[in-house]
Design a protein around this ligand. Structure first.
Ligand SMILES: Cc1cc2nc3c(=O)[nH]c(=O)nc-3n(C[C@H](O)[C@H](O)[C@H](O)COP(=O)(O)OP(=O)(O)OC[C@H]3O[C@@H](n4cnc5c(N)ncnc54)[C@H](O)[C@@H]3O)c2cc1C
Length: 577
């Protein structure tokens, strides 16, 4: 059940999961498959029940920033973005960031996962093993409009019996034909790929999104993994419960301190309460808050902890370091059509009508997410290419049938966004803390576009590809001209393109790396072992996107679902479940 107060909680559970987000709810589901195993999930945010902005795919851009479902973070000034401090949303609601993200479903490349296996020394993180977990987590569903999807995806690379629904676009758009024609007209990196989620993403095809086609709704870890199992008597989920720290209650020879208690507060006020985990604490608070809970618990750089007046328990200097993220930049054109989706973002009457259609038929514009077309490309012969392998792209391009960003009062738009997928080695940020208040706001450095030799040059190639894409004959008579006069054109110099990139790039919010895995026995680098157990301590396992040492070449939720599925198997095996 989902509880709003602590009256019916037990004083102890086998497992206490900190964070009912993307990964946390996967683990909650899998561990409670065994009726003898008791699990408590503590989620800082409110329930997602009945929130239309979360349920309706097209309204995904209305879930953040500055909403009750967002932690509403901001970064420190970003040197790579001309010193801008940028909003940095994270889900603060049941389902976590899977309840507020933009629904795009991408897995990345085989070599991204093989690199995880190589750097951790654990083959289980490689593609051959993770492919099974992608399929296990996934329930591929027919699109809302039930159109024939032959030639739009490859069923052989998908799962049909999992908990996280994935689908193809559920309503046609005016640009579908033009986009496909443009790919065929151009050639080069613009080749067709039947399914960019096969582990071989290079090429262009239909976008897949975490949408349950038949009901036309977002599939989050809450709607997918939790809702169907909320009647299990061995599962308690407490919302509005923010964990301050994990408490060690003993020492085990060769292991260091053993953490068995979780301290939290309800509804943003005291008093602090504690609950015990008899088997393990699973820390799934996400890439920003997992380092915060660790720091509050005395796990981190010992000197930094002392400076914050927190008693050091476990010296792990990499807690909160090595943050890796993807920059994104969007170009837009005014178009000669009134079939774009812009009016649904600016006209309240039209929006209400479309919402009513969604409610009654689960059809129409609102069953679609932000993009119906996606593609991935590599930059040939790029010196010291940071991609994980030759099958791995340097950038992604996705196409939106409306202006992605603030909608002006008039005009119809096509926007095309580029995500630079392979940040250079020095593009690493951090999450740090300047207060011993366990609920203080973290100091976040996203480290975007700071690797001079790599990041802007790769993003420049992505922008050139977008300009090339819109130069295809298929767009003739459709595109009127650039939305902004500062936007580069095919005749712009590299310097002009670079200036546009640094002035306009923002985060794609694919934050990983702040509690990275490293090989067993390596206590200098990394925070967890490949089995996701906290190094030099007992009782804590970390299961969320923060454990990935490199950002995959794709959006991060599919990887997070898959890693949480594997983590659940590792936990079960350890406890004989
Ligand atoms: C705006 C936005 C758009 C995105 N779009 C996409 C996309 O289109 N496709 C894609 O693949 N990825 C996307 N992502 C990224 C993706 O959603 C995340 O990488 C992924 O969901 C992270 O999962 P997680 O389990 O690590 O963390 P989360 O899902 O964030 O879960 C952490 C949970 O822990 C809770 N929590 C935190 N601190 C505490 C505490 N102290 N006590 C109790 N609970 C706590 C949080 O409230 C949250 O519910 C997007 C992200 C954002 C922000």
């Amino acid at each position: 059940v989902v509880l709003e107060d602590a009256a019916s909680l037990s004083s102890s559970y086998d497992f206490v999961i900190v964070g009912g987000g993307t990964a946390g709810n996967v683990v909650a589901n899998r561990l409670t498959e065994d009726p003898k195993t008791n699990v408590l999930v503590l989620e800082a945010g409110p329930t997602d029940a009945g929130v239309l902005e979360i349920q309706v795919p097209f309204l995904c851009t209305h879930t953040t920033p500055q909403t009750p479902w967002d932690w509403n973070y901001t970064t420190v000034p970003q040197p790579g973005l001309e010193g801008a401090s940028i909003t940095y949303p994270r889900g603060h609601v049941l389902g976590g960031t899977s309840s507020v993200n933009c629904l795009v479903y991408t897995r990345g490349a085989k070599s991204d996962y093989d690199r995880y296996a190589n750097v951790t020394g654990d083959k289980g993180w490689g593609w051959d093993s993770m492919f099974g977990y992608f399929k296990k987590s996934e329930k591929f569903t027919p699109p809302s409009d039930r159109h024939n999807t032959t030639d739009e995806f490859n069923p052989a690379v998908h799962g049909f019996n999992g908990f996280n629904s994935v689908s193809l676009p559920g309503a046609p758009t005016d640009i579908d034909g033009r986009f496909n024609d443009a790919i065929d007209e151009l050639g080069g990196v613009f080749t067709r790929n039947l399914d960019t989620n096969s582990g071989e993403p290079l090429g262009f095809g239909w976008s897949q999104a975490v949408i349950d086609g038949p009901s036309g709704t977002r599939s989050s870890s809450s709607s997918g993994y939790l809702s169907p199992i909320l009647r299990r008597p061995n599962l308690h989920v407490l919302v509005n419960a923010q964990v301050s720290r994990l408490i060690s209650t003993g020492h085990q020879a060769g292991k260091g301190p053993v953490f068995t208690k979780v301290e939290y507060r309800l509804n943003g006020k005291g008093p602090l309460k504690t609950v015990q985990a008899t088997k393990e604490i699973i820390l799934s608070a996400g890439s920003i808050n997992t380092p915060q809970v660790l720091t509050n618990s005395g796990v981190g750089n010992s000197q930094t902890l002392k400076d914050l007046n927190i008693a050091p328990q476990v010296d792990l200097p990499n807690v909160g370091e090595n943050l890796s993220d993807h920059p994104i930049v969007t170009l837009a054109w005014l178009v000669n059509s009134n079939g774009t989706y812009d009016d649904f973002n600016r006209n309240a009457t039209l929006q209400a009508e479309e919402l009513q259609k969604w409610r009654t038929t689960r059809q129409g514009v609102f069953v679609n997410g932000i993009s119906q077309h996606i593609g991935f490309a590599r930059v040939p012969d790029f010196p010291n290419n940071p991609a994980s392998g030759t099958d791995s792209p340097n950038y992604e391009i996705f196409v939106s049938n409306f202006l992605l960003g603030n909608t002006p009062p008039t005009g119809n738009f096509l926007s095309i966004s580029a995500i630079m997928l392979t940040p250079g080695p020095s593009s690493r940020g951090s999450v740090r803390f300047n207060s011993s208040d366990p609920f203080a706001v973290p100091v976040i450095d996203a480290g975007l576009l700071v690797d001079a030799k790599t990041d802007v040059p790769l993003m420049r190639e992505a922008v050139k590809s977008i300009l090339h894409l819109v130069s295809a004959p298929a767009w003739k008579d459709y595109i009127i001209g650039p939305q902004s006069s500062s936007q580069p054109t095919l005749s712009s110099t590299d310097k002009e393109i670079d200036a546009f990139i640094t002035a306009n790039s923002r985060s794609a919010y694919h934050v990983v790396g702040t509690s990275s895995m490293s090989p067993k026995g390596d206590t200098k680098k990394g925070v967890v072992d490949p089995d996701l157990k906290l190094k030099k301590a007992g009782g804590i396992r970390i299961v969320d996107a923060s454990i990935l040492p490199f950002v995959p070449a794709g959006h991060t939720q599919a990887a997070t679902y898959a890693l949480a599925e594997r983590a659940s198997d590792l936990i079960k095996a350890d406890h004989g479940l």
